[in-house]
Ligand binder design. Structure first.
Ligand code: RVP
Length: 504
């Protein structure tokens, strides 16, 4: 006879926090959101602690180098997507590790043969108006010149006009060499009255750009997450198929932490992957595993030596696994079950294995709920896909700006290794994800700050100043379908029917 779980499975929206006593010390500026990323023994400290409990999803549409840098600047970690060649993924890790604050690697580069139409298309896609021109169109190719919006007139110029005819040629640009410090670059920008300064190496190749508009943001970022060499911390996704090739390249590139990216993690494939890493690197390479949705799955991965365990099957916004295969569990129920198992494991073994809640966060308050239910940190896909820094195109659809967002199990990403169960076939057998748009929401920094302001505020209402205290003190109630209606605006006529509250 099958085992039947006693309780239905529930989602975050079916719960609310009941405020507890808060003292005059419970003010948002006193709240710490520090959280462990990897396992540690009682009395010791984890080797990596994040300053905010957020990581970005291991997805093509989410975690590229630009988002990784922006998130590390706020105190969280990106996991660069693994559904690309090991070499490309390692290159992305290297880009993050070699990033120097204030020196921007171009993500909108032209060739001299491209046209004004290409410039306009790129501008629409990335939102950038300043575009360097290199011989081969790569961000580190031979520097040929620069295009800004002052170089063309859309009303007069032909769309087919080649870039070489209207760019400011390299010989007329003020540039600096790669040994110039950020302070010196900013001095040049002010003295020469320019808005950007291309950094060019001794062979004439573009290295990066320094922008006047970034001047203020170079000032200290209190939460940024740095390694011992003051480089940004970055993670990388791996799979249970090509780890013997992929892991060495990622470690060599400087990845600080790895995570096995799999739709279903309660499997021997995960053990084989972790065993291989332990055999070759001992415990110096940190690796998370998942995804699981119950205590047994957690226990298995914790015993395998996973540094953290990721929870969630079928709850992702772009995920249709539950419809396609009939497997999964409501994200809240899965998380509660796994977090109980983590606490038991800690009591029994003295080893704390952090839990990551992956997928299904829609509202900011879901973040607080997930943390109160026990998550040490959250993995978010849709949330980050909406920002400037995600690697996807920004488009104007019916008058609104949107960004593209597609699942790793979609026909577009074809991340077969994430879903593979073994056998000869090296392709997706059927899709488990969709291709979609999400509302464009601007820069990561502003949005993360906004969301965490709400998290801090709710923590104060629960009398908690740390995430551990929140887990201890939170009082959580289930809500009926009728009281859900009561929770939103109701019985009034909204003035702004296009309100974007749903996405905040
Ligand atoms: P969300 O934040 O709700 O967009 O969910 C993101 C999560 O969804 C990812 O971290 C991953 O676990 C899962 N995912 C990614 N692709 C797919 C799919 O195609 N089914 N699912």
């Amino acid at each position: 006879m099958a085992k039947f779980f006693e309780e239905e499975s529930h989602t975050f929206s079916e719960y609310l926090l009941v405020p507890g006593y808060s003292s005059s010390k419970n003010i948002p500026s006193n709240v710490s959101l520090e959280t462990p990323l990897v396992r540690y023994a009682k009395g010791e400290k984890p080797s990596i602690t994040m300053h905010i409990p957020m990581v970005s999803a291991i997805m093509q549409a989410v975690s590229g180098p630009r988002l990784a840098i922006a998130l590390a600047q706020e105190g969280g970690i990106s996991f660069i997507y693994g559904s690309q060649s090991p070499e490309n993924e390692a290159q992305m890790v290297r880009e993050v590790k070699s990033y120097k604050a204030g020196f921007v690697i171009s993500d909108s580069t032209l060739t001299p043969d491209m046209t004004l139409a290409d410039v306009l298309e790129l501008k629409e896609r990335t939102g950038h108006t300043t575009m360097p021109v290199t011989e081969d169109g790569t961000p580190t190719g031979k520097f040929c010149g620069i295009v800004t919006s002052r170089d063309y007139r859309v009303s007069r110029d032909e769309p087919q006009k080649p870039v070489r005819e209207f760019m400011t040629a390299a010989s007329d640009c003020i540039t600096a060499n790669a040994r110039t410090s950020l302070k010196e670059c900013n001095d040049i920008i002010w003295e020469q009255k320019v808005n950007q300064l291309p950094i060019v190496d001794d062979n004439g190749n573009l290295v990066s750009l320094v922008f006047r508009k970034d001047y203020d943001s170079h000032k200290s970022r209190p939460d940024e997450l740095l390694d011992e060499h003051k480089r940004y911390i970055v993670g990388a996704g791996i799979n249970t198929r090509d780890y013997a090739q992929r892991v060495p390249l990622l470690i060599d590139a400087g990845a600080d932490v790895l995570c096995i990216d799999s739709s279903e993690g309660f499997s021997e494939w995960q053990k084989l992957t972790i065993d291989w890493i332990r055999e070759h690197y001992g415990t110096s390479v940190k690796v998370g595993a998942g995804n699981v949705v119950d205590a047994a799955g957690f226990r298995y991965l914790a015993d395998c030596g996973a540094d953290f365990v990721k929870v969630g099957i079928g709850g992702g916004s772009i995920c249709i696994t539950r419809e396609q295969k009939g497997i999964g569990r409501g994200q809240a129920s899965a998380l509660i079950d796994v977090c109980r198992a983590r606490d038991e494991y800690y009591e029994q073994t003295g080893v704390y294995v952090p839990v990551c809640s992956d997928g299904g966060i829609v509202y900011d308050y879901h973040m607080t709920l997930a943390l109160a239910m026990g998550a040490d940190f959250l993995m978010l896909g849709r949330y980050f896909a909406r920002f400037d820094e995600s690697p996807t195109r920004r488009l104007n659809v019916n008058g609104s700006y949107v960004k593209e967002y597609w699942g790793e199990g979609s026909a577009r990403a074809r991340n077969w290794a994430r879903y593979d169960l073994g056998g000869k076939k090296k392709a997706l057998s059927f899709v488990e994800g969709v291709d979609s748009y999400v509302p464009y929401a601007g820069p990561l920094k502003d949005n993360v700050e906004g969301s965490l302001t709400k998290v801090r505020s709710t923590m104060c209402n629960c009398g908690a100043l740390t995430l551990a205290e929140l887990r201890d003190k939170a009082r959580i109630t289930r809500v009926s379908a009728t009281s859900l209606v009561e929770g939103g605006a109701h019985d009034v006529m909204l003035k702004d029917s296009n309100s974007d509250m749903n996405f905040r």
